[in-house]
Every structure is written in C-alpha cells, then in structure tokens.
Design a protein around this ligand. Structure first.
Ligand code: PLP
Length: 308
C-alpha cells in the first residue's frame, strides 16, 4: 500500500512489466502478449472485441452452463439462467452442449483425463470415446446451423467452474479448437493462472483430495460424482445414483450449513445448484485436506441420517 503501482495505462512503470514477464513465463509459446484488465468480465469483453476485430467475423460460441461474466457484453457469453436478465445481450453469441460426461446424455467410466472417473458404464475400446464423438457432433451441428460460415471465436473454460466444475472428455477441446479454427475463429481459454511453486502443491494435495472424495462417493448414495483437477474440485450431489437427479436445494443448504458450523466453507455451483465446489487457497496442506474430508464426510453422514 505504501508503493504506487498503477494509475493509468498512460504512465507505464516497471512493476507492470515485471508482472507481465512473470505471467508470460507460465504460458506456452507463442502466448507472450499480456493485457491487464480489472476483472474477468472485462477480460472477456475485450477478448470478444479482439476476436471480432481480428477475424472480421461476428459469431461466437460458448458452452451451455458456462459463466464468463456479468457485464452487459460478457452476459451474452454466459449461459446460466441465474445470471441472465431480460435485456438485449448476446447478439451473435451462440451456445453448444456442454460435454458433461456425468449429467449429460453421453458419458462413461473412461472419458476423463483423471484418476477419478464417473460411475457410468462404458463400452468403448481403449482408443475411442463415443461420448466425446457425440459432443463434438453437437458442436458441428451448431457450426452448420446457428452461425455464419466464418466465426469470430469459441470461449471455453478448460474446466467449467461456476457451471459445476465440469470436466470434459479428454481430447474434446483439441477437436473443438480444430473445428473452430477451420471456420476462421480464434479459441479463447477463460481461466485464473496458477502461481509458480504452488502448482506442484495443487497437483499433490488436489489429487489426494480427489481420490479421498471418490471414496466418500462410493460410500454415500447422495454423492454422484467427483471431478476436477488440481485444487478445483467438484462434488456433484444427487437424490440417488440411478436417476442422477440433482439433490434439492434444501438438502444442499443443510449440508453447507453443517460444514460451516464445523469450520469448513465450501462453494456452491452447478446449473441446478447441485454442486459443492472446493477451490481452496493453493497453499493448503495435506492436514487441511484431511480436516476438510473429515468435516465433509460427517456432514454427509448426518444428511443421510436426516433422510431416513
Ligand atoms: C471463468 C470465469 N470467467 C469470468 C468471470 C467473471 O469475473 P469477474 O467477476 O472478475 O468479472 C468469472 C467469475 O467468477 C469466472 O469464473
């Protein structure tokens, strides 16, 4: 607070350059240009503008269930009813089906690049993923029917956060990016960059959390799915594992309140409010993870007892 960091882009000074250099060192080539903005919404506003000006095209595609911000321009990219208002936004913005291998029409037990898979069955041979092919087909249909021949771009979170920590079939984004580029569009990954050094901790503690939460899923009927990567983890709560219907809001709130009273704050999310979103600070330790697992496990156990 004692140092001047930023007044306006007119007066450039060294901390901004140092920060930009540090940021680019985390990005793969050729991503070496940084433009700093004040918020995620503003970043996406700018990305949409740049995609349109750069390509000379207008249409953009996003996933249903995606959250990309709430500014009037970014609201058009967002596809969650809770964040939409009856105003004119989103001209030229179109959506495609989110490749959700747990809740969506297609998905199996081998779709994800993860140690934890869905509880759904799978008939695919090791070198193919039928669910992925079906979701790619959905995007092809949007490209063939909803947009003009040439498009400006495709926005996707690498893992869909607020929409429910949705982890797509492995290889989906690669295929989607190819289709989008063939139609003249640019591909925009909407995500916050992990800090150096903490990436390793995220992988270690995050993978531990994922696999331990999967054990809770196998134990309790109302935990339908565990997914995510690093320290962005989703726990999808269901009425039961056969119907996979979302756990009602009243029950979700009871679990959240119970966790809070025991000292654990968990995020909410999902198109139906059925997700517990775990996204702790990246410096958390294995002991912190064990505490969270114990509290969450107890809250679920109590909820199961309430349902009897
Ligand atoms: C993926 C993603 N994009 C954009 C935003 C919007 O960011 P902001 O709230 O800073 O405008 C968010 C906010 O949570 C987000 O999760």
């Amino acid at each position: 607070m004692g140092r001047l960091w930023h007044t306006t882009n007119i007066y450039m000074h060294s901390p901004i350059h140092e920060y930009a250099e540090k940021l680019t060192s985390l990005l793969p080539d050729p991503l070496k240009v940084i433009y700093l903005t004040n918020s995620g919404s503003e970043a996406n506003d700018l990305a949409m503008l740049m995609a349109r000006v750069y390509t000379g095209n207008f249409d953009v595609i996003t996933f249903r269930g995606g959250y990309h911000g709430a500014s009037p321009y970014a609201m058009g990219l967002t596809s969650m009813a809770a964040y939409k208002y009856p105003i004119a936004t989103g001209i030229g913005c179109h959506t495609t089906m989110c490749p959700d291998v747990f809740r969506g029409p297609w998905g199996g037990s081998g779709c994800r690049d993860s140690p934890v898979q869905t509880i759904r069955e799978c008939n695919c041979s090791p070198d193919c993923c039928q669910a992925n092919d079906m979701y790619v087909q959905q995007l092809k249909e949007v490209l063939d029917t909803s947009v003009s021949q040439q498009i400006a771009g495709f926005f996707a979170e690498p893992i869909q956060g607020i929409g429910g920590v949705v982890q797509y079939p492995k290889g989906f984004l690669k295929e989607a990016y190819k289709l989008v580029r063939e139609r003249g569009g640019v591909c925009i990954a909407d995500e916050t960059i992990e800090e150096d050094g903490l990436q390793q901790n995220s992988t270690q503690v995050g993978t531990y959390l994922l696999t331990e939460l999967a054990k809770l899923r196998d134990k309790f009927g109302i935990i339908g799915d565990i997914r995510g990567k690093g320290l962005l983890i989703g726990v999808e709560m269901v009425k039961d594992k056969v119907s996979r219907e979302p756990l009602p809001g009243v029950e979700m709130n009871e679990i959240f309140e119970d966790c809070k009273d025991m000292g654990l704050l968990i995020g909410k999310g999902g198109v139906y409010g059925q997700m517990s979103r775990i996204k702790p600070p990246m410096c958390i330790t294995k002991d912190d993870a064990d505490f969270a697992l114990a509290v969450f496990g107890l809250a679920i156990q109590r909820q199961m007892a309430r349902r009897l």
